[in-house]
Structures are given as structure tokens and as C-alpha cells.
Design a protein around this ligand. Structure first.
Ligand code: SAH
Length: 480
């Protein structure tokens, strides 16, 4: 059985970094019921295709039975069926198991060499030439289309010589879309066995965890989540009910936090792309400032849903990462986004999250190389700002503080934002460039830091850039 994944993102060979597989090498992986071969049929800057070929040994597949593992009535349940079946050729839950073996870190969205790209949707094409599809081509569309894929599912005729015999239960599946590689792999990992609907192994309760982990961020809102859950859990009703209950709980907790406030008031058509691009640029600018500071132990203060933490964790130069927020809800979102429970122990030990209010001194904030305050200060009432200054610059005293806040002058460029309006309902103030410079210089002078100020986003000749950035560097080397 075969699966190919093609990108035209440039340079397309970056796919190798995202899949954590070198483009020049053929690799083989031992599976319980056969061997998976991984290679690149084409790999140049314009187009790169990765192929996963799974070679199943029907006898080894049969041998797995009878060792306390009960099975549903799949073709191989019958004696002859053990040897004469489609398992070796048609994509099924066996392919899904192979995916999880071969792409262990790519499924988690980890890429040491291309962490930013791993978080970015890129043009992709997935092809599974022979997929067992119970429910027909139409079901393949219902499962993949809501996830942003353009689906072409062509039924494979039972016999090409006899079109009147009708279609087989297989489809030739082609997905095209602009999707993150990790999301793509997780979609396939869950949905291929759902379409197959005949798991080759006994479904134990830990399959619920696997489903919820792989479905994080997309399964909860999927219109077919009921069917997906039932089939994934091999129609075991108690398990499916438990999974649905946990999914519903996750969805409740998934209400957007008060972060990434920027561009809230833009007309919806433009809003998403511009909002994404400014948020991405802001994160990029903060990461660049951190990298330039040479810090290896960094704090994200007011980390919100953990967008920056995710990028920090993906970057090995950061040996210790702390995230704090006053909101428990934000912290639990961050933990989920980081998939802390899926990180290997050594990775997990690099990250600590805890609840802390920035208006109180917290000893755990002392002794770090750098701290980030990204889009946080404007959430505090102005009379509370001196308390934050004391807690961060007076008590914690990191070597570097990277701080961003909106530039209120830029708001006139946002249609629909009335005069005097802020970008987010929870903002207590938004500053002009002069007000920000004033505050930054005051803090620097009072606490012994040197400051540089710049902008993030397109610099408008009249009103400046949408986001203001300050980098403060501690002057003395010994903490007070
Ligand atoms: N830094 C994140 C989130 C910004 S939103 C990002 O850029 O995406 C502001 C965050 O600050 C929210 O998560 C909010 O809960 C947190 N926050 C607000 N007041 C705080 C306080 N006094 N102490 C700690 N965190 C606070």
C-alpha cells in the first residue's frame, strides 16, 4: 500500500526537515506485520514528493491473532482470508500504524531545523491510490473537506474489463490544500482507519487518548465527529461515548482567550490573513530579539494561549522555558497547545508553566536570562503598572526584557475602529509612540536598563508601525 505527500512550497526539499527524513536516503522500518519503506521519488527546489510504501506480510498479520487479541470479523478472520486478502495492497489501519511509526516527531509538529515552517500551512497534495473506503467516495469528501482539503475520491472499478460490474469498495484518494504537515499527518492517521472501518487490532481504552491527541484542534468541531469517533473506536459504544464526552469538554475550554488582540476590528474578509500575518511577524520579531540577546533560559510573562512558547520549545537554543499567566484557562490552553503530555521527557523537562500575577513579586521569576512581555502591559490598569515594573524590572531582573504593545496612532488605519477605540475590549490603554518611549525610558532609567525601541509590521510614514517593540538590557551584571 502506498501514500505520497507532495509539496510545491519553495524550497520544496524543506519537506525533508518537516518529516525529519533526509531527501537522499531510503529508510526502512520494521512493523509488527511487515516493513515500511520511506523514500523521495522526486526532490528538487520546486517540487518534492515523499512516499511511504508499506509491505505487509499476511502470515505475520495472521500470527498476531489468538494471543489474547480479539478481532472484529475482518477478511483475515477466516482461515483462507489470512492468506488471500487485500491487506497487503489497500490502505487501511495498517497504513495508519505505519504513519505513527515512521513520522513520530512530524506528527507532533516538531522540526528542529524548521520550527517556523512546521507551524505554517504549506501547499500539499496527498495521494492514496488504493484506499478501502466503507461508505463510498462521498464519505471521503465528508471527512476531509471540512478540514480544508479539496477532495477527489475516484471509485476504483471492480474490474476494468467489466464496467457494468460496478465499483469496488476502494477509492483513489487525492487531497489538495494548504495545510500544516503535522495536521495533515494527524488527519490521515485518524481518518484512514475510519474510512477502512475494520481495525486490524483490538481497540483498547487507550485508543481514546490516541484519538483525542491526534484530533487536537480539529476533531472537536468536525461535523462528522460522531461517526469518526465511533468508527475509530471500532464501534465500542462505551468507549465512543466516553470519547465524545471528553471532546465536548475540550471544546468548552477552547473558547478563545483574550490574546492576540490585534486587528480585532478589521473587516472580516481581510481580518484573518492580516491578523495572522501581524501576529506571526510580532512573534518573529520577539524571537529574533531573544536570539540576538544570546539568552538560553527565557520566560514568557502573560503567555496567553502559548503561541510563543510553542516556537521557543521548538528551538533547541532555549534550554529552559517558563510560561506564566494570571489566567488558569490560558495556561491550560498553552499546555494543550504545547502537547506537553506528548513531549518526550527530556523535552518536557525544559518547560514549566505556572500561574502568577505580574503585579506581585514572584521569586520564581528571578535568575532568568530573558523575559518576554508580548501584548501584556495594555491589559493592566495604568495605576497597576508601577507594581509590574517593580515585579519584573526591580525583583525578577532578567538580563533582557522584550516587550511589545500596540501603537494607538496606527488605529486610524483599521477600518471600523471608531475614533478613540482600542483593538481589544480588554485593553485598558493603548499608547502613542511618544507615550511608549516615555514609559520605556523612565523604566530603563529607574531600574538600570538600556533600551532600544522599534516597530513591528508595515511602517506607515504618518502613523508608524502597528506594533511597538522595546528591548531592555540590564546594565549591571549582578542582580540587585
Ligand atoms: N503574550 C500572549 C498573550 C497576550 S494577551 C500573546 O502575545 O499572544 C494578555 C495576557 O496577559 C492574557 O493571557 C492575560 O491573562 C495576561 N495577563 C493580564 N493581566 C495579567 C497580570 N496581571 N498578570 C499576569 N498575566 C496577566
Amino acid at each position: 500500500m502506498l501514500l505520497t505527500l507532495t509539496t510545491t512550497h519553495r524550497p520544496a526539499t524543506d519537506l525533508g526537515y518537516l518529516l525529519v527524513k533526509h531527501p537522499d536516503r531510503v529508510q526502512s522500518f520494521n512493523l509488527p506485520a511487515g516493513t515500511a519503506h520511506f523514500f523521495y521519488p522526486e526532490a528538487d527546489a520546486a517540487r518534492c514528493t515523499a512516499a511511504l510504501l508499506v509491505d505487509i506480510d499476511p502470515q505475520r498479520l495472521g500470527a498476531g491473532r489468538g494471543r489474547g487479541r480479539r478481532q472484529a470479523a475482518t477478511p483475515e478472520s477466516f482461515t483462507l482470508g489470512q492468506y488471500v486478502n487485500d491487506r497487503a495492497y489497500a490502505a487501511s489501519s495498517l497504513l495508519s500504524s505505519a504513519l505513527s511509526t515512521v513520522f513520530r516527531s512530524a506528527l507532533r509538529g516538531e522540526s528542529r531545523d524548521r520550527p517556523e515552517l512546521a507551524g505554517t500551512a504549506i501547499p500539499l497534495e496527498v495521494r492514496v491510490p488504493v484506499l478501502r473506503c466503507r461508505g463510498g467516495a462521498d464519505l471521503a469528501v465528508r471527512l476531509f473537506a471540512p478540514l480544508g482539503w479539496t477532495v477527489t475520491a475516484t471509485p476504483v472499478p471492480l474490474d476494468e474489463q467489466h464496467p457494468d460490474w460496478g465499483d469496488s469498495r476502494y477509492v483513489d484518494l487525492l487531497l489538495t490544500g494548504t495545510v500544516r504537515v503535522a495536521d495533515t499527518l494527524n488527519h490521515l492517521y485518524v481518518l484512514l482507519p475510519v474510512l477502512d472501518d475494520a481495525k486490524h487490532y483490538w481497540v483498547a481504552p487507550d485508543e481514546i487518548d490516541k484519538l483525542l491527541r491526534a484530533g487536537a484542534g480539529w476533531l472537536g468541531d468536525h461535523p462528522e465527529r460522531g461517526l469518526i469517533t465511533r468508527r475509530y473506536l471500532a464501534h465500542r459504544r462505551a468507549l465512543a461515548e466516553q470519547a465524545m464526552a471528553r471532546l465536548a469538554e475540550l471544546r468548552l475550554a477552547d473558547e478563545p482567550p483574550a490574546d492576540d488582540s490585534v486587528d480585532e476590528t478589521e473587516p472580516t474578509a481581510e481580518k484573518d490573513s492580516r491578523r495572522a500575518s501581524l501576529a506571526v511577524r510580532r512573534r518573529g520579531a520577539v524571537l529574533a530579539a531573544l536570539a540576538a540577546s544570546g539568552a538560553s533560559r527565557v520566560l514568557d510573562l502573560g503567555c496567553g494561549g502559548g503561541a510563543l512558547l510553542t516556537a521557543l520549545v521548538a528551538d533547541r537554543r532555549y534550554t529552559e522555558i517558563g510560561g506564566t499567566d494570571v489566567s488558569i484557562h490560558a495556561l491550560s490552553m498553552a499546555a494543550r497547545r504545547l502537547r506537553l503530555d506528548r513531549l518526550p521527557e527530556r523535552q518536557r523537562d525544559r518547560v514549566r508553566l505556572w500561574q502568577s500575577a505580574l503585579t506581585y513579586r514572584d521569586d520564581r521569576l528571578r535568575g532568568w536570562d530573558a523575559a518576554v512581555l508580548m501584548e501584556v502591559i495594555e491589559h493592566l490598569d495604568p495605576p497597576r503598572l508601577p507594581a509590574l515594573e517593580d515585579a519584573v524590572f526591580g525583583h525578577a531582573r532578567p538580563g533582557t526584557v522584550v516587550l511589545t504593545t500596540p501603537n494607538v496612532e496606527y488605529n486610524v488605519r483599521y477600518e471600523g475602529l471608531g475614533a478613540g477605540g482600542f483593538r481589544h475590549p480588554d485593553h485598558r490603554f493603548e499608547w502613542t509612540r511618544a507615550e511608549f518611549a516615555d514609559w520605556v525610558e523612565g523604566v530603563a532609567a529607574r531600574y538600570g536598563y538600556a533600551a532600544t525601541i522599534s516597530g513591528i509590521g508595515d511602517d506607515d510614514p504618518e502613523v508608524g508601525a502597528p506594533t511597538q517593540l522595546a528591548v531592555l538590557t540590564r546594565k549591571d551584571e549582578t542582580p540587585r
